[in-house]
Design a protein around this ligand. Structure first.
Ligand code: PEP
Length: 255
């Protein structure tokens, strides 16, 4: 298979450092030697360093949930790409719908972060997706296209394979409502076609497109067996070792 599956856990604003250490210690014991699936954990900033230490020597990689695009300076409360790299962070979630909705992040702002992440050898997990109103009005593909094209503006072909896209229908995040496999595959295939236009076929075939939105061990096998679904960005089910490791095993079982 050309694209290795990737399962990323977005812990959001959950877990103190000691809770985070306990969870990641279980993950390392259970799946820390997995090589047929890429595994990423994205704890809150306060736990990045302890989680980074706990995964040393395992195949699990570290991701952050956000960053600022400037290198340093007077941006109270913010964290730069270089700070993340200094503690061996490999991935960063950008443009999550919660950042877009609650913190007013625009497509142009997210684009600056994507470019800054890539410049600093961080792999962006770029989230795009429509709201329920947008789906019901038939504008899903248009919304995803607008976000994707704006967020990836200026990304070079050389760096494009370092980008991971997460298709996350906003109405499916944390709601228990999962997109049907047909709904998800349709948007994933559309995203792949946009990537072909932006970067050419060879590169587009290498970019991983994750599904996110109430993915659980029960619905993962069907979603993950779709042609253009290359893994999952997992919220709720990543907060507990059993469900997260079951998701990883589902991804590993897909041929
Ligand atoms: C997310 O927030 O990225 C997400 C997919 O959450 P959940 O799995 O809880 O829907």
């Amino acid at each position: 298979m050309i694209r290795k599956k990737l399962i990323a856990g977005n812990w959001k604003m959950n877990k103190t450092s000691s809770d985070a250490t306990a969870l990641v210690t279980e993950l390392v014991a259970e799946v820390g030697r997995t090589s047929d699936v890429d595994i990423v954990v994205c704890p809150p900033f306060t736990s990045l360093e302890v989680v980074g230490k706990a995964i040393e020597g395992s195949s699990i990689k570290l991701g952050a949930q956000n960053m600022h695009h400037e290198a340093s300076g007077a941006y109270t409360g913010e964290i730069s790409a270089a700070m993340l790299r200094a503690i061996f962070t490999n991935y960063v979630i950008l443009g999550h719908s919660e950042r877009r909705t609650y913190f007013g992040e625009t497509d142009a702002f997210i684009n600056k972060k994507v470019l800054a992440a890539l410049k600093n050898q961080l792999k962006p997990i770029l989230c795009v997706g429509e709201t329920l109103a947008e789906r019901e009005s038939g504008s899903t593909l248009k919304v995803v296209q607008t976000q994707l094209e704006a967020n990836l503006e200026g990304v070079s072909k050389d760096l494009a394979t370092n980008v991971v896209i997460a298709y996350e229908p906003v109405w499916a995040i944390g709601t228990g409502k999962v997109a049907t496999t047909e709904q998800a595959q349709e948007v994933h295939a559309f995203i792949r076609s946009l990537l072909v236009k932006l970067f050419g076929d060879a590169i587009a075939q290498k970019v991983r497109i994750l599904y996110g939105g109430s993915m659980k061990p029960a619905n993962a096998p069907e979603l993950l067996s779709q042609k253009d679904i290359d893994g999952g960005l997992i919220g709720g089910a990543a907060l507990e070792a059993r469900s997260f490791t079951d998701l990883i095993k589902s991804a590993a079982a897909v041929k």
